[in-house]
Ligand binder design. Sequence first.
Ligand code: HEM
Length: 404
Amino acid sequence: MESYLQSSRFIWSMGALGDPYALLLRGQANPYPLYEEVRKRGPLHLSRVDTWVTADHALGNRILRDGRFGTRTVAGERVAPQFSSLDDSFLKLDPPDHTRMRRLAIPLFSPRHMGTYRPHVEEVCAELLDRLDPVSGFDLVKDFSKHLPIALIRGLLGIPDEYREKFDHCCHGAAQVLEGFVSPEHLGELQLTVDGLYEVFADLMELRAKEPGDDVISRLVAAEREGVLTTSEAIGICGILAVAGTETTTNLVANGTMALLNHPEQWDMLRADPELASGVVEETLRWDSPAQLATRVAHEDVELAGHTLPAGSLVAVLLGAANRDPEVFPDPDRFDITRNTKTEHLSFSGGPHYCLGAPLARMEAAAAFRALAARLPDLRQTGPEERWMSASARGLRQFPVAAG
Ligand code: HEM
């Protein structure tokens, strides 16, 4: 904890000296002007907080795919604070453990499974909108976007009704792990919710060992019995699905809706042609991504963009900045749901850690945008929004709207 306090004081003071990456780490309502400051310093530079930083799409993409970089140090140590029960999740593992555990989760996101999830997603969207009173107004995040991904994850993991309240509470809390923490007290609170999730999964693993179902936890129990993975690794997989799949998708729906309402001509286009919903998803991911940052550690000395990065160097790929790289996306600050770019944005990262849930997130968000445009065509913002302040996650805590 002492080292955390020292490092946040250091970040604060380097920000005061104008270092753009240190300022980004402090959390910004609008990071985009700072991304341009980073871009002006060249494709790769060493920030005052001793991290190499890139806003360049081609270079960022290359780093994410380069086997000389990992998510942990070469000795297997974590570079961020630990959350006991999520330690074994594969998001922060390197090969060969990463490869073994990712392989177990891949079949969940196959096209066959996507087909079965889609009617459920549409049903959940419709039910959530049925419950609202749009004329009196509602909060797009608290009353809509936050409930959609969690309903999906509950189904995927097979969470029984009696665990629903605890699961939802802990899942929303634990998802903030990805956004970072602001104080030692906040870190303590996050750990409690992560522990709560751990308890739910541990209980359900016992239950599914006795009463297997057609759900992810039952499949992980079977794999554990075959000796493919340990209990804590199985819990880590459940944890990363719950944590990585909820807040990010919630933020995608909120960021996209806000972008549409701030660009009425784009909203009108979607209302006229609901098939443009997948264009809204891609453009929101590019223009205002829920995931803004991916960090890596050099496992050996690396020559990159004219610099020598010694083994152990930290590298930050600014995903949200790479997505506005003018070399790849012409007129990058323009929000355009009909944009047709050959190169994919980096919002789902790249290489071995490419987001496993990308097809699910795309499908959920497209269903949400279609449903909003069809059911609430005159949706409007009615009060100030409130943002999460994080360098890695971008989204809204609160977004008051009304329709009709
Ligand atoms: C808009 C929604 C989402 C965004 C923007 C997003 C973004 C990301 C990013 C950037 C990474 C890689 C981080 C890195 O390279 O360090 C990642 C990994 C991951 N995501 Fe997502 N994600 C989203 C939704 C989901 C959903 C719905 C699920 C599952 C239900 C999911 C599951 C995962 C998993 C399991 C990983 C770890 C992959 C690995 O390490 O091999 N994500 N996601």
